[in-house]
Design a protein around this ligand. Structure first.
Ligand code: CUA
Length: 305
């Protein structure tokens, strides 16, 4: 292709979807060309002379033509639906041994949990193995989208939606939230790394997640989607900059630093830093287990200046 009409296809599903797209587009181009050609010929060839005001000859339909222009489109539309149905069925098949990754969307970040129980803020996938994403949401409706995989799937609270992906191209591709989900929607992005099976095995064994336990809690709950926090390499700008927690806690004057952080997580509306909207989800108090909450508070208070 000389013009990149589509993102590069990075999965088998995307290759099939692109085929359906070009199949339907090819038929549309053929039909369009024939219609325009007949129209142009008629306009030019049957054009009346300058002073010709007589009626044209009376005609009464053309049975053969009418059957043809009914039958041909019917065949074409049926062909498109059969090709689409076959691709849809193929793309839904995960095979007998898919890698299962649990995907949880929250305002405004993604958490990807692997069979070994470890969670990450970005997606790592092995090449050429079917992956079944089990997608859900912790708050509102989001939608999972990697343009190069050509598929979208909604993340709905209280429901698990599956998406099968068989990556067939090494590289790093963007993960985008494609359902308006609140103030941080445009920032709700991550990335998918497609790696060789050997690298993936090492990733599963080693677990790239190192650092204090509070960091894991920070990442799993998507704090970095909205907050800047240097120790976590987080650069969100929807909520207050957590690097300034200490001075802000002093200004807020709501007790010791750890108590202030704890309150801000479980009851974010209790004190809102001037200049910021009341955008923080109110679910963390019930969503984050008590021991993890303690780890997170410790982590933030130690990293704060
Ligand atoms: Cu999540 Cu938009």
């Amino acid at each position: 292709m000389f013009i990149p009409w589509m993102p590069v296809a990075a999965s088998r599903q995307a290759g099939r979807i692109h085929f359906v797209y070009y199949f339907a587009t090819g038929i549309a181009i053929a039909v369009f060309s024939i219609v325009v050609a007949v129209l142009a010929y008629s306009v030019l060839h049957f054009r009346v002379g300058p002073d010709d005001e007589s009626d044209g000859p009376p005609t009464h339909g053309h049975t053969t033509l009418e059957i043809a222009w009914t039958a041909i489109p019917a065949v074409l539309v049926t062909a498109i639906s059969i090709v689409s149905a076959v691709v849809l069925a193929q793309n839904g098949r995960a095979g007998s041994n898919p890698l299962i990754v649990k995907v949880k969307a929250v305002q405004f970040a993604w958490a990807f949990t692997y069979p070994n129980g470890k969670s990450y803020g970005s997606l790592t996938l092995p090449k050429n193995r079917p992956v079944k994403l089990e997608i859900t949401s912790g708050d509102v409706i989001h939608s999972f989208w990697v343009p190069q995989f050509s598929q979208k799937q909604d993340a709905v609270p209280g429901q698990v939606n599956d998406l099968v992906i068989t990556p067939d191209r090494l590289g790093t591709f963007p993960v985008v939230c494609t359902e308006l989900c609140g103030l941080g929607h445009a920032l709700m992005r991550s990335h998918a790394d497609v790696v060789t099976p050997a690298k993936f095995a090492a990733f599963m064994k080693g677990g790239a997640q190192t650092g204090p336990p509070g960091l894991a809690v920070f990442q799993q709950n998507g704090c970095g989607g909205c907050h800047t926090f240097k120790p976590a390499n987080a650069t969100g700008t929807v909520g207050p900059d957590l690097d300034n927690l200490k001075s802000e806690a002093a200004k807020a004057n709501r007790g010791p630093l750890t108590a202030f952080i704890h309150e801000s997580i479980v009851d974010p509306a209790a004190y809102i830093q001037p200049g910021y909207p009341d955008a923080m989800p109110h679910v963390f108090g019930t969503q984050i287990p008590a021991n993890q909450l303690t780890q997170l508070v410790q982590y933030l208070s130690k990293g704060a200046k």
